[in-house]
Design a protein around this ligand. Structure first.
Ligand SMILES: Nc1ncnc2c1ncn2[C@@H]1O[C@H](COP(=O)(O)OP(=O)(O)OP(=O)(O)O)[C@@H](O)[C@H]1O
Ligand SMILES: [Mg+2]
Length: 390
């Protein structure tokens, strides 16, 4: 990243706000745009921007509260507000809530100056971030959750410099370890080894993780014994994910298809939920139920990303979007030969066949989900893709 530019997180509230409207401000790099105030603080914690730009909409009190939350303890972030109504009473309220500056809408020059002026001094920029959880879920079995979780984790380890972990919450039947370590793994530690401990120390968590083949991903594997899965409850899931979040930059969680307390905990703690669907009628129907549940939980479209696996089979992405009234965020093509071969080798296809269409789709997802500060230069990525072209 270019260190002498100001890295800005933009927060909108108005769904009609034009994405990319602030992309060309001099001296400014837009890290991400968040729609909806409710996710702004979490996103700011994750992105660790130099400045947060809050685009005020009609609700002055909601904007004031957001400014207070971002600028106050414990986040203490520099905040600049763009306000369509530039009345002294409104400006004063934002400044009293901790905004560094309030700029009238439409004045790009003043805004660029305000953002670069409000930026934290270089040496105090970007304190250590907390990791981000990506939970892969579907209400339907066999749609490709584990395939996506394993390949996304591997792709993140290739395209970023971040530390990557995968957690297998399909406690009885999970097979992430097969997909990432092959079948020659004799004994393995599991999440069950952690839940009996009185306190989760970092080195204990690390000792319970197993290493993936051919990429630096660490795996917390499933219990594998249906009689023991009851010992892992929602509280244990929360504690384990919290511990992993403080040691890893990216934690990918694979889940079973049931919506139990443990899965719910992993969904709640996720920065992003990857809701996997396939373009067939029964899967779309179940996806509709899952989406409704997540909307009831208050999850925004920014949190729940719909991934259409085997997108080139069945009814097509447009029809799925119409049926669900929800945008398909990413599509993975069907590629039985590449996927099966990778599964049998126990190495994700993003490594064994990086140029395949499926691998390119998952790698593009990893790049979108990665923090911009972590993304490796393309040449370095190629060298890490030890499998070579296919
Ligand atoms: N894009 C794809 N192209 C071809 N085959 C695929 C693709 N995605 C998944 N598969 C295959 O579909 C099957 C189911 O995939 P996977 O095990 O990832 O699904 P799942 O949702 O995790 O299933 P479960 O609910 O049983 O845990 C596997 O045989 C896998 O290899
Ligand atoms: Mg699975």
């Amino acid at each position: 990243m270019n260190e002498d530019r100001t890295h800005v997180l933009i927060v909108h509230q108005d769904p009609a706000a034009e994405e990319g409207a602030y992309d060309d401000l001099p001296g400014v790099v837009v890290l991400a745009e968040v729609m909806g105030y409710e996710r702004a603080v979490e996103e700011a914690d994750y992105q660790s921007p130099d400045v947060v730009l809050v685009v005020a909409a009609g609700d002055v009190e909601a904007t004031r509260r957001l400014v207070e939350a971002l600028a106050g303890e414990p986040h203490s972030l520099p905040v600049v507000v763009v306000s369509p109504t530039y009345q002294p009473s409104t400006v004063t309220r934002y400044l009293a809530a901790g905004a560094r500056n309030v700029v009238p809408a439409g004045d790009a020059g003043a805004l660029a100056l305000a953002l670069t002026g409000a930026s934290r001094p270089l040496k105090s920029r970007r304190p250590s971030r907390r990791g981000r959880i990506f939970t892969v879920y579907s209400g339907k079995g066999g749609v490709g959750k584990t395939t996506l979780a394993a390949n996304l984790a591997a792709a993140l380890s290739v395209v970023t410099t971040g530390k990557v972990a995968v957690v297998d919450l399909d406690l009885s039947f999970g097979d992430v370890h097969f997909q990432m370590c092959g079948t020659d793994l004799k004994a393995r530690t599991t999440i069950h080894d952690l839940v009996s401990l009185p306190q989760l120390e970092p080195d204990q968590v690390e000792r319970a993780m197993i290493s993936a083949h051919r990429c630096p991903v660490r795996i917390l594997s499933a219990v594998g014994d249906p009689e023991k899965t009851e010992d892992v409850g929602a509280r244990e899931v929360r504690e384990v994910l919290q511990a992993l979040k403080s040691h890893y930059d990216y934690v990918v969680v694979d889940t079973p298809s049931n919506f139990d307390d443990r899965t719910l905990e992993a969904l709640e703690m996720a920065g992003v939920v990857l809701l996997v669907a396939a373009p067939d009628v029964p899967t779309v129907a179940k996806t509709s139920i899952s989406l409704a549940s997540m909307q009831k939980l208050g999850y925004s479209e920014n949190k729940v990303r719909l991934v259409l696996n085997r997108a080139d089979t069945g009814v097509g992405a447009r029809r799925v979007e119409e049926a669900l009234a929800y945008r398909v965020w990413a599509q993975i093509p069907s590629d039985g030969r590449v996927v099966l071969r990778a599964v049998n080798e126990g190495v994700p296809f993003v490594l064994t066949a990086p140029r395949s269409r499926a691998a390119r789709a998952v790698t593009a997802m990893a790049l979108q989900l990665a923090h911009p500060a972590d993304v490796r230069k393309p040449a370095r990525r190629l060298r890490l893709n030890l499998g070579g072209a296919r």
